[in-house]
Every structure is written in structure tokens, then in C-alpha cells.
Design a protein around this ligand. Structure first.
Ligand SMILES: Nc1ncnc2c1ncn2[C@@H]1O[C@H](COP(=O)(O)OP(=O)(O)O)[C@@H](O)[C@H]1O
Ligand SMILES: [Mg+2]
Length: 358
């Protein structure tokens, strides 16, 4: 187990800056997800921690010791890739035991450890098979066992579930989380899937274009996104964004004047954000018309045309109770509104907007 510290970590590939001046501390035993769209630098960050890539600048410490110059195999890091990367000509037993070869673990001890870890990830019945004779889910369990057998101080998971089907992904999510709790191993999960990050991690590092946008617990990231990028990336269906202008005590959206509430001062070009699940049908609200209906099982997503612009409204537990073209009225609570500076994308803390009536 280890406390991980990154200061000013940077990785350049020629002209491309894959990771830009990253500062991050991960506590001993913590489960952190690195979340962001494809190409934002997640894998590069992970590979630097594993010692596969050397940073262009910055300092990495494990439990206070500098590891920049420490060889990958001496870092005691377990890594699992999306592609499993098992050796096809070796049995499951040999695959799992492989990392112990370099650690000069005595045979009897190695055997005992392979069997214990195989039992933990539930592949102990498959020890004599080859990877080709197993399902994707079973192969990924073996990859997990191989990463854990050397009792790593840091476990790195690079999109480990993206090759699995939806049901299996759900099971593995729960299992990896249980395993992590049980072993108390410091874990970093890289994913582009916000649901995966939200359900598994203690804290989420949200990245965009090589930079950290926000580091926060999942609930905090959802409720108080630091930027429009985070607000738009976290939450499904995505948050409604409406461009507007802050003028004195009002925010003008599409010519419609909304009252300002709260302390936060913002002037000029802003973006109003309201999540679909925070908009409700309200007899005293703003008039609109149902433009699109998407039944989603337990919930229904409506697209409602209003004078503010089109907004998505997510309603739960009421079935589909409107038809296309129906006249409706919508409202929201000021405390559920978010206001962002349009230029920088930064949240204006405390700034709220009241819904217009009629
Ligand atoms: N080996 C490499 N050589 C050159 N460019 C790379 C290499 N690996 C990654 N990059 C670039 O660095 C950026 C970040 O990539 P990556 O860390 O793989 O993103 P992610 O894992 O978030 O999808 C991308 O622009 C990618 O093209
Ligand atoms: Mg990647």
C-alpha cells in the first residue's frame, strides 16, 4: 500500500502535451478514478505511474520516496489493461504466477499465493485452462489475479471493463470494488465511463486535454462541478446548457429575463446549467410544448420547447403522461441551477437563477 504524490508531472510527445503539470495526491488505500474523454491523457498518466513512460518533467513519490528513476519491475505496481494481455500459450496458473518469477519467490510459496488469489477472484476452477478456452470476463479475472499476486502497493486499471458486455460489466464493477476494500490496495482506475467512475471510486479526477479539471468525491462532482466541462461530462442524460448574459440582477436567456438569486456575482456572457432531473412540470411555471419523447423504462425523457430554448426534462415514476405537441409548464428550484462564465467555463460559486413564471 502506498500514498502516491505527483507534483508538476508533464508528458510531451513532440508537439503534443499529453499531460500538463499535474499535481495530485492519492491517499494510502484510496480508490481513485481518472475520468475523461478519449485522448485526454488518462493512460499516459497511468503508464508514468507504472514506470512504462518516463515523465518529461515533474516528480513522482510513493510513500515519500522518489520513484522517477525506479524501474517498472521494482515499483511493485500491478496493472490491468483493457485487452487482458494474457500469454496465450501459458495456462491460467502460469499466467498468474508469471510476475512472481522476477521476485524469486520459493515454489511452494508461489503455488500457495497463486491459489489464494485465484480463489479470491473466482478462477480457481480454471487454473489448468489456456486463455483461449475462457470467456472475456474470465480472462479479465485472470488478468486481475496476475496483477494482484505480487501484493502490489499500487493497482492500476486501464479501462478494464470496456471489452465486457453490459451485464458482466456490472458484476465486475461490484467485484473489483469488493476486492479493493478487502485488500486495501491503493487503486487508480482509468475510465471514460462516468457511471463506472461514480459507482466505484472514493474520489474522481476529472481530466480534459491533459489537465485536471476537478478532483472530488462523486457526489460533489455532480452537485458542485467546478466547470462547464465537468458539469457536461458527469450526469446522464447530460445537463441542459443555455447561453445567456448576466445583466445586473438578471440573466437574459434568449431574450427571456430570469431573476438572479444568491451571492455569486457574474457579469457578461454566461451559461446557465440545469440538469434534466431537476426540471419538473409545474402548473405555475414557464409555458412550453412537448417536442420529443423518449421512454426509458422507469423514467421518461421529454424535450420541451420553451422561450428559453429547448430543454430536456427527466421525469421518473409517472410513465409517459404527455403526447407530442402537448402544452406544458416547467419549473426548477433556484438551488438546482448552475451558472458558468462562458469564456473560462468556470463555475460562478453561489450564483443562482430563479425560473421565470408563465
Ligand atoms: N506513444 C505515444 N506517442 C505519441 N503520442 C501519444 C502516445 N501515447 C499517447 N499519445 C497522445 O497523447 C494524448 C493522450 O493520450 P492517452 O493518454 O492515451 O489518452 P486517453 O488514455 O485519455 O485516451 C493523445 O493526444 C495521444 O494521441
Ligand atoms: Mg487510454
Amino acid at each position: 500500500m502506498a500514498r502516491i504524490e505527483l507534483s508538476g508531472i508533464r508528458k510531451e510527445w513532440g508537439e503534443v502535451v499529453a499531460v500538463e503539470d499535474m499535481d495530485l495526491v492519492i491517499e494510502d488505500g484510496e480508490f481513485v478514478a481518472v475520468l475523461g474523454p478519449s485522448g485526454c491523457g488518462k493512460s499516459t498518466t497511468l503508464f508514468m505511474l507504472a514506470g512504462i513512460y518516463a515523465p518529461s518533467a515533474g516528480v513522482m513519490r510513493f510513500d515519500g520516496s522518489l520513484v522517477n528513476e525506479v524501474e517498472s519491475r521494482d515499483r511493485n505496481v500491478g496493472i490491468v489493461f483493457q485487452s487482458y494481455a494474457l500469454y496465450p500459450h501459458m495456462s491460467v496458473r502460469e499466467n498468474i504466477a508469471f510476475p512472481l518469477r522476477f521476485k524469486k519467490v520459493p515454489d511452494a510459496e508461489a503455488r500457495r499465493r497463486v491459489e489464494a488469489i485465484a480463489r479470491l477472484v473466482q478462477v480457481h476452477d480454471l487454473l489448468d485452462r489456456r486463455p483461449g478456452e475462457m470467456s472475456g470476463g474470465q480472462q479479465q479475472r485472470v488478468a486481475l489475479a496476475r496483477a494482484l499476486v505480487k501484493e502490489p502497493q499500487l493497482l492500476l486499471l486501464d479501462e478494464p471493463l470496456s471489452n465486457l458486455d453490459a451485464t458482466l460489466r456490472l458484476t465486475m464493477r461490484t467485484e473489483i470494488k469488493r476486492l479493493q476494500r478487502q485488500l486495501e490496495v491503493t487503486t487508480i482506475l482509468v475510465t471514460h465511463d462516468q457511471v463506472e467512475a461514480t459507482t466505484m471510486a472514493d474520489r474522481i479526477v476529472c481530466m480534459s486535454k491533459g489537465r485536471i479539471e476537478q478532483v472530488a468525491a462523486p457526489a460533489e462532482l455532480y452537485a458542485r462541478p467546478a466547470s462547464l466541462f465537468v458539469a457536461s461530462f458527469v450526469g446522464a442524460p447530460p445537463i441542459n446548457v443555455l447561453a445567456g448574459r448576466a445583466e445586473g440582477a438578471e440573466v437574459v436567456v434568449n431574450g427571456l429575463r430570469l431573476g438572479r438569486v444568491g451571492e455569486g456575482g457574474a457579469a457578461g456572457e454566461v451559461v446557465l446549467g440545469i440538469r434534466p432531473e431537476h426540471i419538473r412540470f409545474d402548473a405555475h411555471g414557464l409555458a412550453g410544448r412537448i417536442d420529443q419523447i423518449e421512454p426509458m423504462g422507469r423514467e421518461t425523457l421529454y424535450l420541451v420547447e420553451t422561450p428559453m430554448g429547448g430543454v430536456r426534462v427527466l421525469e421518473g415514476g409517472a410513465g409517459v403522461r404527455f403526447a407530442l405537441g402537448d402544452s406544458v409548464r416547467i419549473g426548477f428550484r433556484p438551488e438546482d441551477s448552475l451558472l458558468f462564465d462562458r469564456e473560462s467555463g468556470a463555475l460562478v460559486p453561489g450564483a443562482r437563477v430563479a425560473p421565470p413564471a408563465g
